[in-house]
Design a protein around this ligand. Structure first.
Ligand code: KG4
Ligand code: ZN
Length: 333
């Protein structure tokens, strides 16, 4: 078993994942209620909340921590909010020192990628995989060649898609976090009601851009007389059209990369991969093109969680001969 800790943003999550990638525990505590009040994550507040939540999560998981069954401790060490990351890293170091366990640092984005292994037979997943990781903080395309060898081939030149969901939801007065609330509102709307741009869609490059889409919504709201004068139905139509534009922009680059590389295994990970429309469009298109599609089995493995860090650490463990990880050197990058 690996005990994994993830505290890169406004969640504190501890998980137990075994060597078959089966999740035994995945506790997720969040300071979401604070972020809702401030309309987004405030780093200082998130760090303070993380230092309170880590004690609560440890208290809840402590009876499941059978130390002679835990072979290592894993922790996210970058990228993320420095204050929040430090809470997880210091807790992980302390436990590793007291219980004499190796400590495995995990790159957060590799954690998201590794979420596709959770609760599935390992043989189900074949390399190479073309992976899109789409979240609030990043929006990248990777060629994942073998368990520990992955190369970034495209990224956003401005906002990430999750950030675009969050900002558009705020403009539409829908609250936070934007992805789930905008998606809910979109259920009753017409995705073809408004024709939002897909920046860079027709360019033969693998980078993304979402700031133009956000600006376009801003002007549309102004044209319609401001958010206070727009009816509920039109807000639903705007939400559905924005959601469709984001999904279309993401998938067009993923499938462009597929065409360029010829890779037949495709995955989408990260918070935005919890989006129902994106999952549906992705599965339809991969089926049509006879490609293999990988998504996290549960939606809780899409957004930040400890289990994905455990999964990444298990891949590191299985593919690293030297099992001594010098935890005194591990800090926030
Ligand atoms: O991976 P994550 O938890 O944190 C980062 O690493 O950034 O992703 C959070 C992002 C937020 O921007 C949130 O709005 C988005 O993922 N998200 C969604 C959905 N659920 C979360 N976006 C679209 N549809 C969803 N259902
Ligand atoms: Zn994340």
């Amino acid at each position: 078993m690996i005990l994994a800790i993830e505290t890169s943003c406004d969640e504190v999550s501890l998980a137990l994942v075994d060597s078959n990638f089966k999740v035994h525990k995945n506790l997720i505590f969040s300071s979401l209620e604070k972020a809702k009040k401030t309309g987004g994550v405030v780093p200082e507040i998130a760090a303070r909340e993380a230092s309170k939540m880590i004690i609560k999560v440890l208290n809840e998981i402590k009876n499941d921590l059978i130390w002679d069954k835990i072979k290592a401790i894993a922790v996210t060490n970058n990228p993320g909010l420095v204050g929040s990351l430090m809470v997880g890293i210091e807790a992980a170091k302390t436990l590793a020192m007291i219980f004499n366990k190796p400590l495995i640092p995990v790159f957060h984005i590799f954690g998201h990628m590794s979420s596709i292994f959770l609760d599935k037979p390992k043989s189900e997943i074949q390399f190479p995989i073309l992976v899109l990781t789409a979240s609030g903080g990043h929006n990248d395309l990777y060629i994942w060649k073998s368990p520990l060898d992955y190369e970034c081939i495209g990224k956003t030149i401005d906002d990430a898609s999750g950030e675009c969901f969050d900002k558009c939801a705020r403009m539409l007065d829908l609250g936070y976090p934007g992805g789930p609330v905008l998606s809910k509102k979109a259920e009753k709307g017409n995705s073809l009601a408004f024709d939002f741009p897909r920046p860079m869609k027709n360019q033969n490059i693998l980078n993304f851009s979402f700031s133009g889409l956000k600006t376009s919504l801003l002007y549309k709201i102004k044209d319609l007389g401001g958010i206070k004068s727009i009816s509920e139905n039109i807000v639903s139509d705007l939400s559905a059209s924005i959601e469709f534009a984001i999904c279309d922009a993401l998938l067009s680059k993923l499938f462009l990369a597929q065409k360029k590389t010829g890779i037949k295994n495709l995955a989408i990970t990260g918070g935005v991969s919890a989006n129902k429309l994106l999952r549906k469009m992705f599965l339809e298109k991969t089926e049509k093109l006879n490609l293999n599609a990988f998504l996290s089995k549960k939606l809780e493995y899409c957004t930040d969680n400890g289990a994905m860090i455990g999964s990444a650490a298990e891949l590191i463990w299985q593919n690293t001969k030297e099992k001594e990880f010098d935890f005194e050197k591990i800090s926030v990058f």
